[in-house]
Write a protein that binds this ligand. Sequence first.
Ligand SMILES: Nc1nc2c(ncn2[C@@H]2O[C@H](COP(=O)(O)OP(=O)(O)OP(=O)(O)O)[C@@H](O)[C@H]2O)c(=O)[nH]1
Ligand SMILES: [Mg+2]
Length: 220
Amino acid sequence: MPAGVVLAGGRSTRFGEGDKAVADLAGVPMIRRVADRLAPVVDVLVVNCRADQRGAIAAALDGYDRPVRFAIDPDPDEGPMAGIRTGLREVETTDSRYAFVAACDMPFLDPDLVAYLFERARGRDADERESPSDPRRSRDAAVPRPTDWFETIHAVYRARPMADACDAALAAGESKIIEPLFELDYAVVEGEELDRFDADSFENVNTREEFEAAEERLRE
Ligand SMILES: Nc1nc2c(ncn2[C@@H]2O[C@H](COP(=O)(O)OP(=O)(O)OP(=O)(O)O)[C@@H](O)[C@H]2O)c(=O)[nH]1
Ligand SMILES: [Mg+2]
C-alpha cells in the first residue's frame, strides 16, 4: 500500500509566471499530470505545499482517483528537504510504509519505473550487487542514478527513517538532499537496470522554455 508524495512548496522563480505546480500544461495543470501518472501505482497521494497554495492545488486535483492529503509546510521556504520531511510525516499517518517522492514539475514520470523502485526498496526482484549475502532484504530507500547524480526527488523512501534523517540533517544546518540518504540503508538503481524505463521520467520543468517544450511534446 504505497504512497506518493508530490513536493510543490517552491516559489517557481525560474518559471516566473505564477506557481508552476498549477500552470496549465497542454490543458492540464502540471501537478495533475504528475498525480495522474502516479495514480496507478500509489494508494494515497500526499501533497506538500504552503498554506496559500492549497486551494489552487486542491482545485487542480479535483476528482482525482486516489485520496489526497495535504502536508502543509509549518515554515515556508525551508527548501525541498524540509518538504520531503513534512510530506513523509503525513505518510506516517497512513497505512503506507513506503512513499515515492517526486517534484510537482515532472510531467513525464514513468509509472513502471515508480513501481520498480517500490519493488527494489521492498527487496523483491532485486539484483543487488552491493550485498550478495542478502540480496532480498528490504531497504530504507531506492534511489535511481541515471547519471552521476542521485535523483533524490524521484525516489522511494521508507517514511519514518527518511523523515528522521531529514530532521537530523536540517537540525545540523545541512541543506543538500543527498545528506539524509547517507544515513539510510539504500539501494541504488542504475545502469542497465534503468534501460527498460522511460528516461524522460527524470525530466523536470523549471523555465518557461522548458515548459513550452514539454507542452509541444504533450500535444504531439
Ligand atoms: N516544501 C518546499 N518545497 C520546495 C521548496 N523549494 C523547492 N521545493 C520543491 O522542490 C521541488 C524542486 O524544486 P525546484 O524545481 O527548484 O522548484 P522551485 O523551487 O519552485 O523553482 P525555482 O524557484 O525556479 O528553483 C519542487 O517540487 C518544489 O516545489 C521549499 O522551500 N519548500
Ligand atoms: Mg528551487
